[in-house]
Design a binder for this molecule. Structure first.
Ligand code: 13P
Length: 241
């Protein structure tokens, strides 16, 4: 079984003391031949940088200027940040981010050679009324608009059903496998990209990682809550071999 990518989206969970403890745990975790990325809030990026590859959780649609509270792709680049999450459902919901803005952010990141980790996924009622595939298609069409196959190839896509985020609920392994294959096929036929990296996200934990690891089509995980718990995150890393 191939080792899968483990990405921690630490959201707004931890303070400085927690981060320092977490960094120590990572230093004591064998990450040889593993792909681990940690995405903390902006002030804590520097604590992880050098210990593990890091990602930001958001980026501005602008490069530079009078935009209070924003952080731009060229600024991330100047700090050697190699990854950035875009289009997380929490930002789509609470910050009213649109696919049009997400498309701009993806392009800004690619311009700086920063790898976007693009989040997509359906709400519970959309799954219930069987429109998961339509939702995924619409998000991908908007978020990847006007990108060349070379550009699309560089993006990591994270499938995160919104109803599975932070709820302890997950789709069945078959449903996850179906979604992974649907996204891979759609990207292949629409954007002419042979191989895309697709992550699963939504209530991944040390409790369910062993069974998730058996799903071959999952290339990796985007982990929220469990990525703020050092022992749970370490268990997930250790489970990759
Ligand atoms: P949880 O792992 O807490 O469900 O969050 C998933 C997520 O939103 C990762 O981006």
């Amino acid at each position: 079984m191939m080792s899968k990518i483990v990405i921690g989206n630490q959201k707004m969970y931890m303070n400085k003391e927690d981060v320092l403890t977490f960094v120590e745990t990572l230093k004591n975790t064998n990450m040889d031949n593993k792909q681990v990325i940690v995405c903390p809030t902006f002030p804590f990026l520097e604590y992880y940088n050098g210990v593990v590859p890091v990602g930001a959780q958001n980026v501005s649609i602008n490069d530079n200027g009078a935009y209070t509270g924003e952080v731009s792709a060229p600024q991330l680049k100047s700090l050697n940040i190699p990854y950035c999450i875009v289009g997380h459902s929490e930002r789509r919901e609470y910050n009213k981010e649109t696919d049009e803005e997400i498309n701009i952010k993806v392009k800004k990141l690619l311009d700086q050679d920063i790898t976007p980790i693009l989040c997509i996924g359906e709400k519970l009622e959309e799954r219930q009324n069987k429109s998961t595939e339509t939702v995924i298609k619409n998000e991908l069409n908007g978020d990847l608009k006007d990108l060349s196959p070379e550009a699309v190839k560089k993006i990591i896509i994270a499938y995160e059903p919104i109803w599975a985020i932070g709820t302890g609920l997950t789709p069945t392994l078959e449903e996850i496998d179906e979604a992974m294959n649907f996204i891979k096929d759609y990207v292949k036929t629409t954007y002419n990209v042979e191989k895309t990296t697709i992550l699963y996200g939504g209530s991944v934990s040390d409790k369910n990682i062993d069974e998730l690891n058996t799903v071959e089509s999952i290339d990796g995980y985007l982990i929220g809550g469990a990525s703020s718990k050092p022992n749970a995150f370490k268990y997930i890393i250790d489970s990759q071999n």
